[in-house]
Design a protein around this ligand. Structure first.
Ligand SMILES: Nc1ncnc2c1ncn2[C@@H]1O[C@H](COP(=O)(O)OP(=O)(O)O)[C@@H](O)[C@H]1O
Ligand SMILES: [Mg+2]
Length: 244
């Protein structure tokens, strides 16, 4: 569904992404995992067309152009940005309406909004509340719901768990799995490697602008090198001595 090849992105003299390749098949949850500064956000923003880049991004067999975010959104490639991109001084409802701006099928769009509010009852209850008054988890739900209103085929989520309590992270990850079951394809950008590998089919691990490992998530989670680098080391041996 998505094929990224030789992707290079620079910010002036800084080469943030140094030639990466990445594939996503229809119906997969693919994870892009790396520490702060690895280049994950840059990759996500390049894919959806929010940045200039070198290399190629192809979606459903067609080459996408850099700096063409709105066109890509209409084609079905949507991003829930890092930090959520919610407008706090607007109501929940108005934030959701922003998600409809690419839709030309107004009648169907209105139906989709109604269906969405039925599905996310928290958002329905809070529809007239300022978005900034909601919890972090609720704001993340709002950001995802808003992106869904553009009817994406491929949804990129940039660190949806950032700043969330563990329970809320679980809820957001469960929601991502629900969306996949409903046919959505997902690129999940995360720092929380272990939890992400548990719900992903495959993963790419990034370090300083490069993909250093990739493969099925179930294999990566047991890989000792991956464990050292991304999962905070292996569990201490059970035979270790007692402290003091
Ligand atoms: N707007 C920018 N201008 C200059 N450098 C940037 C900008 N955004 C990110 N960078 C740099 O690019 C690198 C990758 O950043 P980013 O893609 O945000 O990584 P991640 O999302 O993995 O934390 C970092 O070294 C970061 O400092
Ligand atoms: Mg980032």
């Amino acid at each position: 569904m998505l094929r990224v090849s030789d992707l290079v992105v620079r910010y002036g003299a800084i080469q943030a992404v140094r030639g990466i390749a990445l594939d996503i098949a229809q119906g997969e949850i693919v994870a892009l995992i790396g520490a702060n500064g690895a280049g994950k956000t840059t990759v996500a923003r390049a894919i959806v067309g929010l940045l200039p880049y070198r290399g190629e991004v192809a979606f459903e067999g067609e080459v996408l152009k850099p700096n063409s975010a709105e066109r890509n959104l209409r084609r079905g490639v949507a991003l829930v940005p890092e930090g959520r991109g919610i407008l706090g001084t607007m109501t929940v409802q108005d934030n959701l309406l922003m998600g409809l701006y690419t839709r030309r099928d107004r009648a169907q769009a209105a139906k989709d909004l109604a269906a969405l509010l039925e599905r996310f009852s928290i958002l329905a209850e809070r529809r007239n509340l300022l978005a900034s008054l909601m919890s972090g988890g609720e704001q993340q739900m709002l950001a995802i719901a808003r992106a869904l209103l553009s009817k994406p085929k491929l949804l990129l989520l940039d660190e949806p768990s950032l700043g969330l309590a563990p329970k809320m992270t679980d809820a957001v990850f469960a929601m991502i799995q629900d969306l996949r079951r409903e046919g959505l394809t997902v690129l999940l950008v995360e720092q929380k490697a272990r939890q992400t590998l548990k719900i992903a089919d495959r993963a790419y691990l990034m370090e300083t602008g490069r993909v250093i490992t990739s493969g099925p998530a179930s294999e990566l989670i047991d890989d000792p090198v991956v464990s050292e680098t991304f999962l905070g080391g292996r569990a201490a041996p059970v035979t270790s001595t007692h402290a003091g």
